[in-house]
Design a binder for this molecule. Sequence first.
Ligand SMILES: [Fe+2]
Ligand SMILES: [Fe+2]
Length: 279
Amino acid sequence: MKKRQNSSITVRRMDFSFDAKVPRYWADNSPFLTHTMNALSATFPVGERFFVDSVRHYRDRITNPQLKQEVSAFIGQEAMHAKEHESYNDYAAAHGFDMRGIEAEIADRIAFMKQNLSPERQLAITCALEHFTAIMAESMLTTPDMYENLHPSMAKLWLWHAVEENEHKGVAFDVYQEQVGDYWIRVRAMALTTLLFTFNQARFQTRLMYEDGQLFKPAAWLKGANRLWGRQGWFRKLIPAYLEYYKRDFHPWDSDTRALLDKWKAELQLDDNAVKKAA
Ligand SMILES: [Fe+2]
Ligand SMILES: [Fe+2]
């Protein structure tokens, strides 16, 4: 089994609160980009608890002691992400956005998956979504255009989350390789997850824009769509990294982000919040 040296994984206690000083459109002053982030965040609390459950299912069977420790740190980090994004979702809901409706819809889907899919497939879906979060996070940490124009308290939340998604990007994958290891289940889950993830993300974004009275403003859509999918678009640039996942010998640490993580951990002074660490 191919297993690369992960970075250390640190569980940090965070406690974000977003007050009235955070503007309604905190991402580059743009309703479109703000709703892109709102749509993502609405799916995080329930989504990340699903990741935790799908990995925890295998915890007692893991033979590699280092991986076992990493699983505990992974669970600690994702639990903290779920908690902090709940706080973010409360902030967005206070602006009148229907975060609760999206959360409830995602919760229904996850309940359906838990009832109808095998633990192997649930873990494969988690690995697929962890690849999405890892490549989006890496892109955020390496693209000044993505983080420089965010409101400072929002930037701190999203950058902290991006750092930790990168720290633990290999954990669910290594559990999958050790406990399941089937290539076709892994890539089929990715293909299906890609369809559902992009479709849902577009649908939730449209819904939030509609409820916010922004749906029929073509300039906002064009500018936002160009930022995401244009020549230098944030999402468009992710396509090569996304496709790597389909290689038979892919591993999340093929992209070695340890130096990048060290830079951001220092910049954000994250290790002041450390609770425990898996090396
Ligand atoms: Fe997370
Ligand atoms: Fe994650």
